[in-house]
Structure formats: structure tokens, C-alpha cells
Design a protein around this ligand. Structure first.
Ligand SMILES: [Zn+2]
Length: 454
């Protein structure tokens, strides 16, 4: 079959169904109506059934939106099984006055649609459905579909897969909560940084004291904190904390111009750090001060500040244990002692990064498939965000190859105002996923099947 022509003939209906799904404000955060999340769930169950999927269940976990679980058995005993992941909940829209159109009224833009969640991750959910339609509900591999309803807020599902490992058994998985480095550049995401947070506090006086009478000798908590924070980077902006892993990045990356535009860096403003952008963003550490408790400028009294604290967000190399990285940051801050003042440093939650093996048959099939989807060689890139469930799935099915690609792109404004999806990206993702299943099944059969996790 001519896959591209088949997918082209499906696009009108697929984008109409995507718009229908994106109209539903399926926000699984406290304070938003659960009924909308259930409405998105029900619509997807209907679309899956309509696409030929007979076996559909729901996984119900405490305080967690229902997870859709569906299966299509392998067409022949020597066919592999592929797990397809996506999520149907979305981020809250944020400040609606920053949107050019109402966030839950999908609105046409040049070559696509604008709405909250339409890229992250409803585009990828619809890519799975598009693939099923392209094959008339009978894809060339066994299929397991996992569509989560509370990814953005987090839920008990993150840790669930290892407790029910047989259910998730497969030979390869496509984690479709991802997309391309830029529109039209097919991208396999082969690294996710780990994350940790640390709070650092300084108490120097019982209360504030007149800066005229005491300033100059009284230990200033805010100055101490600023000195400690300043010690985290060298003059070029590279992280100085010892024990944080940093390696050259050998995959693709943004151009400096793309990065400046994506990060909204003002004209004439230098970037910080040295080395390639890939190394600074993905295979090296980053420390960001994300909050500080200090007197505000408008409310400032002429007084020595007795207490200050800051929250730091640490991003680490995909393969560094985030505990080990947190310990390194805590040690640095405790040993720093600005003016001889001891700081109280408290680590909080840490989440591991992820780096899949890329030398197996699923990766070979995916490179061919992504070229077919977008007409160019696939690139390897990484992403700064973490996907906790990926680690849960990889723990449940350690032998399975894990592929991260999809219909989003770095310019789609996910989690930001004016999120959008491009139809060219959705089309590419449907073709790539369908071609991947075909290529992977053929390779699997040629290798005599087996060797998989089923
Ligand atoms: Zn997402």
C-alpha cells in the first residue's frame, strides 16, 4: 500500500477529530472539573473502537484519571508487539489574556490549529488513531495502547507499570509525548535530563535591624545567600559544582538563532555557559534559581535582612543518578559558608533522567520510518523535560527498546500561551508510526521472531 497517499486521504477526518478532542478542557489539576477529563476519555474509547480496536480496558488507580489500555493481538505468531503511549490530559491554559484565541476553541492558523493541548499531547494520541485507521485496524504488529489521563499533574500511574509488568510486556515502545527539533526535521529523542530541587536558607539575626546602626558588621542573611548562589557558576556561566556529570553532546541541536528565538532572549543579550548548545542543554548540568524569599523592593525597610531563602532547580545528565547530583549540590552549598556563615540546605524530590539504547532493531526500523514520514534523515536530540512514566515502563519491561518521537515540535508552545500543532507534523508522525510498525515487523520476521519480551 502507498502509505503516504493513504494517510493523506485520512488527514481531513483526523484533523477534525483532533479539533473535537482539543475542544475538551481535559485538565487533570485540582480545581478543574473531572467530568471534562472523563469526556476526553470517553471520546477516545469511541475513536479506538471505531478504528477497529476490540479489547479496551481502563486502569483505575487512586486519585488518578482513568488510564485507557487497549490491545490488538499480533497478526501472526512471529510478529512483535509494540506499545504506544500518549496522554489525553492537558496543562491549564494559564493567563488567557495572552492567548490570541480561546484556548479550548481550536482555531485555524497557517498550516495547523491552535489550542491548549492540541500538540501536547492530543496530536500524538490522534497519530496513534491515524495509524490504526491507515491499517484498517489491523497493523502488522501486536499493539498495546496506553493513554494516560493525568500526565501533566502527575499520578500514581508513574510508578504503576513495574507492579503489573506482564500487562506492559512488549518488544518496543513508542513514547509519543515528543516531537521534532524543528518542524520538518525528523527527530528521535535519545536523552531526557534528570531533575532535582534544593532549598537553601540562611538565618543570621533574630529580627531585622536598622542598616544605619548595624549594617557593616551585622551578618546580612541576604548577602550571604547571594554569595552562596553566585558561587554556583564561574564567570562564563558554567556550573562550578564538583561531581556533576558533563559530556560533549554528539547529536543534533538548535542553531543559536533558533535557541534565541525559542528562549525569547533579548537582542544583544549574551547566552551563558560555554561548549555546544547540546552540551549546555542536555548532556551537562544546569542550576536555576527558581524562587527567593526576600523583602520586596517596594516594601523594603532600611534594615539588615535577618533571613532569606532560595529554591534551586537542578537538571542533570540523563545517566547521572539525581540523588548523587543532589548530594553534590548540597555539599557545595554546605561547604561554601559565605562570610563563615553556615547555610541550611534541604533537598526535595528528585526524578531520574533517561537515555535509551539506540543500537537495536527498533531504532534501525525507526530511522527508516522517520525518513519516510518527513523525507529527511532522522536526527538524535534530547529534551530538558523529564517523563517519569518512561522510567516506570522501562523498569517494567527492561528488554524493550524505547523510542521517543511524535507530532509535536520545539516551536509548538507547549505549556505556554498559543500552543499549536502543524498538520505537516501530524501527517509525518502518522506515516512514521505506521512505517515503523511495518519495518519493525519485517525485520523481526527476518530475524526469526522471538527474542522479545512477550
Ligand atoms: Zn505531554
Amino acid at each position: 500500500m502507498d502509505l503516504a497517499a493513504t494517510v493523506d486521504s485520512l488527514m481531513d477526518r483526523l484533523t477534525a477529530d483532533l479539533a473535537k478532542l482539543a475542544e475538551i478542557p481535559s485538565i487533570a489539576f485540582p480545581g478543574y472539573p473531572e467530568s471534562e477529563v472523563h469526556r476526553a476519555h470517553d471520546l477516545l474509547v469511541e475513536l479506538l473502537r471505531d478504528a477497529g480496536v476490540e479489547h479496551i480496558e481502563r486502569i483505575d488507580l487512586p486519585d488518578t484519571s482513568p488510564v485507557i489500555y487497549a490491545e490488538i493481538p499480533p497478526p501472526t505468531p512471529d510478529a512483535p508487539t509494540v506499545l504506544l503511549y500518549g496522554h489525553y490530559d492537558v496543562q491549564p491554559p494559564g493567563d488567557e489574556s495572552l492567548w490570541k484565541s480561546a484556548p479550548f476553541e481550536p482555531t485555524p492558523i497557517e498550516g495547523g490549529l491552535r489550542a491548549r493541548g492540541i500538540a501536547d499531547d492530543k496530536s500524538n494520541v490522534m497519530a496513534h488513531i491515524g495509524m490504526l485507521r491507515a491499517y484498517g485496524g489491523r497493523p502488522p504488529t501486536g499493539i498495546k495502547i496506553v493513554l494516560e489521563g493525568q500526565e501533566e499533574y502527575g499520578s500514581a500511574f508513574d510508578d504503576y507499570p513495574p507492579t503489573d509488568a506482564r500487562r506492559f510486556a512488549c518488544d518496543a515502545m513508542v513514547i509519543a509525548d515528543m516531537g521534532n527539533l524543528r518542524p520538518g526535521t525528523p527527530t528521535l529523542t535519545t536523552g531526557l535530563r534528570g531533575v532535582a530541587e534544593v532549598v537553601v536558607e540562611v538565618r543570621t539575626l533574630a529580627e531585622a535591624r536598622h542598616s544605619g546602626e548595624f549594617g557593616g558588621a551585622a551578618p546580612d542573611a541576604l548577602l550571604a545567600l547571594i554569595q552562596a548562589l553566585a558561587s554556583l557558576h564561574d564567570p562564563a556561566g558554567d556550573v562550578t559544582v564538583e561531581g556533576l556529570r558533563r559530556e560533549p553532546w554528539d547529536g543534533a541541536s538548535y542553531t543559536e538563532e533558533e535557541f534565541r528565538s525559542l528562549a525569547t532572549v533579548r537582542d544583544g543579550m549574551p547566552l551563558i555557559g560555554t561548549g555546544s548548545l547540546g552540551e549546555r542543554l542536555w548532556s551537562g548540568p544546569a542550576v536555576t534559581v527558581i524562587g527567593m524569599d526576600t523583602p520586596t523592593v517596594d516594601g523594603a525597610a532600611s534594615a539588615v535582612v535577618p533571613y532569606a531563602r532560595a529554591k534551586l532547580n537542578l537538571r542533570v545528565h540523563p545517566l547521572q543518578d539525581p540523588k548523587e547530583a543532589t548530594d553534590a549540590l548540597v555539599r557545595h552549598l554546605r561547604e561554601h559558608k559565605p562570610f563563615g556563615i553556615e547555610l541550611t540546605v534541604t533537598p526535595s524530590d528528585a526524578g531520574p533522567g533517561f537515555e535509551p539504547a539506540t543500537d537495536g532493531p527498533a531504532y534501525r526500523a525507526a530511522r527508516t520510518a522517520l525518513r519516510e514520514g518527513w523525507g529527511e534523515e532522522a536526527q538524535f536530540a534530547a529534551s530538558g523535560g523529564s517523563i517519569p512514566l518512561v522510567n516506570g515502563l522501562a523498569k517494567a519491561v527492561p528488554q524493550a527498546e524505547v523510542l521517543l518521537f511524535g507530532a509535536q515540535d520545539s516551536m509548538c508552545n507547549l505549556h505556554a500561551p498559543n500552543e499549536r500543532v502543524l498538520f505537516s507534523e501530524l501527517r509525518g508522525a502518522v506515516i512514521a508510526e505506521a512505517a515503523f510498525l511495518r519495518e519493525y515487523a519485517a525485520g523481526f520476521r527476518a530475524a526469526g521472531g522471538g527474542g522479545g519480551a512477550r
